[in-house]
Design a protein around this ligand. Sequence first.
Ligand SMILES: Cc1cc2nc3c(=O)[nH]c(=O)nc-3n(C[C@H](O)[C@H](O)[C@H](O)COP(=O)(O)OP(=O)(O)OC[C@H]3O[C@@H](n4cnc5c(N)ncnc54)[C@H](O)[C@@H]3O)c2cc1C
Length: 389
Amino acid sequence: MFPFRGVDYMEIDGLFSDQEKLVRQTVREFVDKEVIPHIEEWYRDGKFPMHLVSQMAELGFYGANMQGYGCAGMSNVEYGLIMQELERGDSGLRSFASAQGALVMYPIKEYGSEEQKQRWLPAMAQGKAIGCFGLTEPDFGSNPAGMRARAKKDGDQYILNGEKTWITSGTIADVALVWARAEDGVRGFLVERGTPGFTSKDIKGKMSLRASVTSSLSLQDVRVPASNMLPNVRGMKGPLSCLTQARYGIGWGAIGAAMACYNEALEYAKTRTQFDDKPIASHQLVQAKFAEMITEITKAQLLALQVGRLKDQGWADFAHVSMLKRNNVKIALDIARAARDILGANGVADEYPIFRHMCNLESVFTYEGTHNIHTLIIGERVTGIPAYK
Ligand SMILES: Cc1cc2nc3c(=O)[nH]c(=O)nc-3n(C[C@H](O)[C@H](O)[C@H](O)COP(=O)(O)OP(=O)(O)OC[C@H]3O[C@@H](n4cnc5c(N)ncnc54)[C@H](O)[C@@H]3O)c2cc1C
């Protein structure tokens, strides 16, 4: 793998503060030292690097853009840069951090009781507790509002029943935030590992995100105290607002995967020679690919930065984030495929990072709102007409 020195065609670094660049550099060094030398092996073995959980916590990666309760209190742009650099290493690491911070810590902070916040947030920020987010069901993915999971009140307890699937970190989580329909609407419940009736198992045979744990959750007459319900949110606003947080991080993360593929293909093309000992980078058809890639990366960087600045000013909403996620993941996937082509046969070998990123990005294209669903969200924003059904 070739060394990475950043990708900045349009002097975008000048738009970042010194503090933002310092955060990026810290994560970049962490990824270069702790992830890049080993990721090929973890991916091949389908293994999530559990030993990095505490190291990432020490660097403040979990809930980094949240204030208080032991969180790093960074800006949304700094948080985005963390996600970018983590995903340059591997989408699996970024997925772990997204689930932990945006999908579990964020709703506890926003909608939880003080007791829930005290119990979980410091422990999760320190990596001493792991969380997962259970929304998707076997029959309800793009349309989670159709969920079958049910919560029935029984005295000072709730009884939960249902199946959740494709849940990041499911089997390694100490606490699952499970969304289920109660009598008064969809509610979020904190279900601790080991609660009777609650089981989880890993989904095997993934050709994507192999260095990430993905699981199914089963809840059969699981009793949790009513105090485990997030008291301050009801309806689909709860899970959807978490998704907006996670999608924001994904929009940045995808740039990292795209930059890794671009960098690798560029260095390769400058040294690989064919026909009269000329580097393949000297051919117009190859250069056309690089021109396309760097243009799309530059546009993606500007889009992410603008959404980040809007978010820091309190103006970013879910439709802005949809454009960020939709565009940046799509261009990253296109760049990964083009970069794979530039490496020829070597492009399919896991000695190079491109095929792994490409496979990962297939999941990223699908999760947190598929590309189609984000198209419909943007379509509704500009026309005022919802076209989901
Ligand atoms: C590795 C991985 C990790 C994941 N982690 C989590 C997690 O931690 N927690 C969690 O809750 N979920 C998680 N998911 C699930 C993910 O969010 C869902 O896969 C996603 O929402 C899509 O749902 P689905 O797979 O059921 O596809 P479907 O909803 O069945 O969609 C299939 C296809 O139909 C298209 N489609 C559906 N409806 C429409 C429409 N109205 N118009 C146009 N096209 C449409 C979709 O765009 C897609 O192309 C994860 C998934 C993966 C792959």
